[in-house]
Design a protein around this ligand. Structure first.
Ligand code: TXA
Ligand code: MG
Length: 341
């Protein structure tokens, strides 16, 4: 009972969009592509629709959702105290993979969109399907990533299908997403602003517009996590995953040692470190192009689940640019573990 509809913007998709818009307006949830990952949308002012999102995902009910809008002007309907810096970031990076957290105007979005917080995270996605959907619907969409909670975010419609088939009525298939990692989340309610989740809009890009910002892991441990989502396990493939250095010899040694224990091993890494010694090697891009590696990471994590690997090794990148977001997701998928011989 889950319909999957292709929406290729080279065709006339009037009917397909209208079906999605009608379902959303009637309080249903619909999965759709954004430039980061697929989202599971429901009208953000409709408490029952938002409840369906949490149910379909199996998401902990205390984890707030991002509100997606189709035009920059709409932000003032939901947020207050919009600073000059926030305006500058929106002008520079919207539409795009940047979520800004603001103080919330009360009683606009449904209370279950922002459980436990007085703020609201908002973004305008940079994807023709998402934008057309939002601009036709003319309502904000609460939309977490369209995966079962704890699984890697979906970067293809078939990933959504795998996780949510039978749980949601409609998936719009717009092909593979571009960035492949979720949006950068930045808390604009503190001075300086704090990056709560690194993503496609990098710290360097943000600082070039508004000057120095903080990153949440620089905050003291005693502070409650400011982004509730950060405390949950994430992106975990079925087999245990370990991070390993980008060193051909170290990888070959590790593969051999693991196989000598009678275990099968899958490796996720850059094209140049591809080794035939591994039982499976998922080459996710050039080691000189971390954007490419980021775009293919979640797909590779899901591909590992389709193997008989007992253990997964994932090759680390440096922390510059999108590398910060890439390594943030990898550390979560590995639950912090590194491979030691
Ligand atoms: O790229 C994305 O952001 C994707 C696409 C679909 O737009 N969405 C996404 O949503 O990744 P989700 O729900 O999977 O992740 C949202 C993250 C969570 O870690 C959540 O805790 C945090 O953003 N968040 C949302 N609203 C917040 C708020 N008001 N204050 C602090 N953190 C917030
Ligand atoms: Mg998510």
């Amino acid at each position: 009972k889950t319909i999957v509809t292709t929406v290729d913007n080279s065709m006339d998709n009037e009917r397909e969009y209208q079906q999605a818009v009608d379902m959303l307006a009637a309080g249903e949830v619909v999965a759709f592509p954004t430039e980061t990952v697929y989202g599971l949308g429901g009208v953000a002012t409709d408490e029952k629709a938002v409840e369906k999102i949490f149910k379909a995902k199996g998401r902990p009910s205390d984890n707030p959702l991002i509100v997606h809008i189709g035009t920059q002007e709409e932000v003032a309907q939901y947020a207050k105290n919009i600073s000059l810096e926030a305006e500058q970031l929106m002008d520079a990076f919207w539409p795009g993979p940047l979520t800004l957290v603001f103080e919330q105007l009360p009683q606009v979005v449904a209370p279950n969109v922002t459980p436990g917080v007085t703020t609201v995270g908002i973004r305008m996605p940079d994807h023709p399907v998402a934008l057309r959907l939002l601009r036709t619907l003319k309502l904000p969409l609460a939309a977490p990533s369209a995966n079962r909670s704890g699984k890697p975010s979906p970067t293809e419609a078939k990933h959504v299908e795998k996780d949510l088939k039978g749980r949601i009525p409609l998936i719009l298939d717009g092909g593979q997403t571009g960035v492949g990692l979720e949006s950068t989340v930045i808390d604009m309610t503190s001075t300086p602003p704090v990056i709560l989740r690194p993503g496609g809009i990098t710290r360097e890009m943000i600082e070039s517009v508004i000057g120095l910002v903080e990153t949440s892991h620089e905050l003291k441990k005693e502070e409650a996590p400011r982004s509730p989502g950060m405390k949950y396990a994430h992106y975990a493939p079925e087999a245990p995953l370990f991070i390993i250095e980008a060193n051909e010899e170290k990888i070959r040694e590790a593969v051999t040692a693991i196989q000598e224990e009678g275990q099968k091993v899958a490796v996720i890494g850059p094209n140049n470190l591809m080794t035939t010694a591994a039982d499976w090697y998922f080459a996710i891009g050039s080691n000189k192009n971390v954007e490419e590696m980021a775009a293919n990471l979640y797909k590779a994590l899901r591909q590992c689940d389709a193997t008989e690997a007992d253990l997964i090794l994932a090759v680390e990148t440096d922390l510059e640019g999108v590398g910060e977001a890439f390594m943030n997701r990898l550390v979560k998928a590995a639950d912090g573990r590194r491979y030691h011989a």
